[in-house]
Design a protein around this ligand. Structure first.
Ligand code: SAM
Length: 197
């Protein structure tokens, strides 16, 4: 399976190169890719994980077929509040039923930024393994989302990093999600910036 990146909507080749190194070093059992789009992130993640589930709201971007390594799910967008939209939670809950604390790698690059990505951790936190790695593409705009999660889930969003890759305006926010809360709230305050240009 090989997909061609969209020059505007897909992660840059440098980000995909970083992603393959990262996923290979984590070697997740179950990875989730939010925003299938052109399929390049799903394909990249699948090269280092046992199983990748990729979620898309637009039927035209569904992967042509499921394989042993990648499952493509259609979840249309539904209103949440204040004009924000997110994937249909009924569809996702039905699919992920029985998979509580099973996901160890979550890559967030969908839905399109204008719809909001704040719901991703709110929905997926119960499905994340203790210490799961979570990544948000588009660090410039999405860092505030991760900071809000850090505030909301104090002691659970830990090791928060902004990783700058390639162009100055492109990067990835990375953190680990703890299901068991740390007693020391200072953990929640830490943010490091890593240059990987
Ligand atoms: C940032 S894109 C996701 C990119 C995707 N992970 C990839 O590897 O191409 C977020 C969403 O934009 C939408 N989209 C609209 N036009 C697109 C295009 N030409 N290529 C990819 N995604 C597109 C899709 O619904 C997609 O889920």
């Amino acid at each position: 399976m090989k997909y061609t990146r969209d020059p505007i909507m897909s992660p840059s080749q440098k980000v995909l190169d970083w992603l393959i190194d990262t996923v290979k070093s984590c070697h997740p059992h179950l990875a989730v890719d939010l925003g299938t789009g052109a399929g390049t992130s799903a394909e990249t993640i699948s090269r280092g994980s046992n199983l990748t589930i990729t979620i898309e709201n637009d039927k035209k971007f569904l992967l042509p077929e499921n394989t042993e390594k990648v499952i493509s799910i259609y979840a249309p967008l539904r209103p949440i509040d204040k004009g924000r939209l997110w994937y249909d939670k009924f569809v996702l809950s039905s699919f992920f039923k029985g998979l509580a604390k099973e996901i160890d790698f979550l890559w967030i690059d969908g839905p399109m930024r204008r719809y909001g990505r704040e719901e991703a951790l709110i929905f997926f936190k119960e499905y994340l393994k203790d210490g799961a790695r979570v990544f948000l593409h588009d660090a410039q705009t999405e860092f505030r989302v991760a900071q809000e999660w850090q505030r909301q889930y104090q002691g659970q969003v830990i090791d928060l990093k902004v990783i700058r890759i390639g162009r100055e305006d492109e990067g990835v926010v990375s953190f680990k999600f703890k299901n068991k809360k740390f007693l020391n709230p200072c953990f929640a305050e830490q943010v490091s910036i890593i240059n990987n240009m």
